[in-house]
Design a protein around this ligand. Structure first.
Ligand code: UDP
Length: 379
């Protein structure tokens, strides 16, 4: 049995979800031929204050966005990131060595922008280890330069723009692979027909259905948008329903569950069966999270984007809009009006965007990634 070590960090739903997607795909494809371990290297193996980085990220992108913007811009400057990464590398080296000793991996996979330099420095230059190291980039378009490291064996990306940036960072064709984002293998399986799926989820079978999400953390003005969408759809007399998925935002879930709605609204906390909720819906309303966008494309869902995290999600907005698979608006009133048109006079346009989305989805990406990693290990 070969040992696979996936390095992630719990900043947002995306990195953990990607790590789990890869682990599941290894299991589905190869049974127990691989032993896959996922570790949050930063939180569990590094000393304070480095282990606070994931928590600070959450605070930054919710309460101190200006500081996050500053940090993102700084990360695009080599002369600032190089010494920063060297310092972090020194701080975390011992803890990382402990993790490698413990797991004795045959391959290391990083699914986090801050986990190339330090682990590669240790493996290649201190331990002189020849084991393969691969990066699976979990952002779509706006890829921070720290994602790219010239010494990786493979760098898996999800867009032509990411390929372009990888080449700018000095990676060669033999290292770069374009397969798509690593979404859960469940998205690659058929989930059944829409109406029966709605019934099994306790939804109205014959209503147009909008799925509203704010990433794994339930971020952004989800409540305000939900109220605006419901009010507008009801005022326009649409036979429609909403599903609002609040993720880990329990306060939001409680608030929306207690609200009196003018049409059927289903409020959920963190759901494990996102493929079913998406397949039961007619469109998704979301911030520009890469995971949710990739999953919506696979499900052939038009995307109404309501915001983005500056930096890593910025490029996802033109990606969606210019490819004709969705629209961007930050105004709750406008979002309600757009949705009402989509569910009314613009149904054909909605269908055309959905069909285009379907052609862009990459349901097999996760399997293609793990198959290539398995080949690196001689499978
Ligand atoms: N997600 C989920 N259950 C929920 C909410 C979100 O499984 O209740 C998943 C969603 O399907 C996606 C990820 O969490 O895979 C969110 O990733 P995205 O890149 O959209 O946003 P992030 O949370 O990373 O900011």
């Amino acid at each position: 049995m070969q040992r696979v070590l996936i390095l992630m960090s719990d900043t947002g739903g995306g990195h953990r979800a990607s790590a789990q997607a890869l682990a599941t795909a290894f299991g589905e494809r190869y049974g127990d031929r691989f032993n896959v371990q996922v570790i949050d290297l930063w939180s569990h193996y590094t000393p304070w204050p480095v282990n606070q980085v994931p928590k600070s990220y959450r605070t930054l992108v919710t309460d101190a966005l200006w500081l996050w913007k500053l940090a993102w811009r700084a990360s695009e400057r080599d002369w600032l990131t190089e010494p920063g990464l060297r310092l972090v590398g020194r701080l975390v080296r011992r803890a990382m060595r402990r993790a490698f000793d413990e797991y004795q991996p045959d391959v290391v996979i990083s699914v986090h922008p801050l986990m190339q330099h330090a682990p590669l420095g240790l493996l290649r230059h201190r331990l002189k280890s020849p084991i393969p190291f691969v990066t699976v980039v979990t952002d779509l378009i706006s890829i921070a330069p720290v994602w790219y490291h010239r010494e990786v064996d493979r760098c898996f990306v999800a867009s032509q723009e990411a390929v372009r940036r990888a080449k700018l960072a000095g990676l060669g064709d033999e290292q770069i692979r374009l397969y798509g984002l690593p979404v859960r293998p469940a998205f690659a399986r058929p989930v059944g027909e829409k109406k029966s799926l709605r019934l099994s989820l306790g939804l109205e079978a014959d209503c147009m259905t909008a799925l509203l999400v704010g990433g794994g953390e339930g971020m952004g003005p989800v409540g305000e948008i939900a109220r605006s969408m419901a009010a507008r759809l009801a005022a326009d007399g649409r036979a429609a329903q909403l599903v609002v998925i609040c993720g880990r935002n329990e306060a939001l879930r409680r608030e929306l569950a207690a609200h009196r709605w003018p049409l059927p609204v289903r409020v959920e906390g963190f759901v494990q069966n996102m493929p079913e909720w998406m397949a039961a819906s007619d469109c998704v309303v979301t911030k520009a999270g890469p995971g949710t966008i990739a999953e919506a494309l696979i499900c052939g869902l038009p995307i109404l984007l309501t915001g983005f995290i500056p930096g890593q999600e910025e490029g996802n907005v033109p990606f969606v809009v210019e490819n004709g698979v969705g629209i961007y608006s930050e105004s709750p009133a406008q979002i309600g009006a757009i949705l009402s048109r989509w569910f009314g006079p613009e149904r054909e346009r909605l269908a055309a965007m959905g069909a285009k989305a379907k052609t862009m989805g990459r349901p097999q990406a996760t399997f293609e990634i793990v198959e290539e990693i398995a080949r690196l290990l001689g499978e």
